[in-house]
Design a protein around this ligand. Sequence first.
Ligand code: ADP
Length: 224
Amino acid sequence: METPIVFTKVCKKYDKAVAYAVDDFSLTINKGEFFCLVGPSGCGKSTVLKMIAGLTAPTSGQLVKPARVGMVFQSGAVLPWLTVEENVILPLKISGLSTEKAMKLSVEYTNMVGLTGFRHQYPRELSGGQRQRIGIARALVVETEVLLLDEPFSALDTLTTQEMHRDLLQIWRATGKTIVMVSHLLEEAIMLAGRIGIMGNGRLKSIVPAANADVGKIRRIMVE
Ligand code: ADP
């Protein structure tokens, strides 16, 4: 799949909503790229991600998207009554994969996110950053080409966030996945992404390369 995600004039209006959450949105995300969507709260970023994940459908326009994705949520969406390993293999169990294969994948991906040695512990015994690592391992274990992240580090402290940034970049390089991430922090987008999409009022206002990004100019576009 060369271009896993293509939006062409996509609009999304939720039932009973007055305004469009996403409006005339056109964007092609290339295979293997790290793309970050930024913009103020309520501008439609998560809705774009949910449409890629197939969690909600466009009202109009065309969307080419992968059949399956891995997704990391803000809270980590970790189930407290399951161990790290049980949380990680949950999607595999749901899809009916054998326990033996699921365990093998669990070892591989808990190692990749740095949770070696924590597999049999419960989320309450771990730090916030480690809990978010469970969420990342669970999104990786399904071995999809596309990984979606919805403000995954917003609940973490600065130092932990920096560690997670470094590790996420390492995972991206090691796996070659296409990553689409949503953030309200421009600095985070510049640090991680190759290209940044700036959203406002449901629209894609501009796409800028993160390398040598002019922060002042991007901020002006964001508030325009
Ligand atoms: P962001 O991720 O940028 O904060 P969202 O995509 O979550 O923005 O929301 C865009 C707009 O759509 C907001 O006005 C929000 O209130 C609205 N919205 C989001 N989800 C729903 C929903 N399930 N039903 C109705 N309106 C929604």
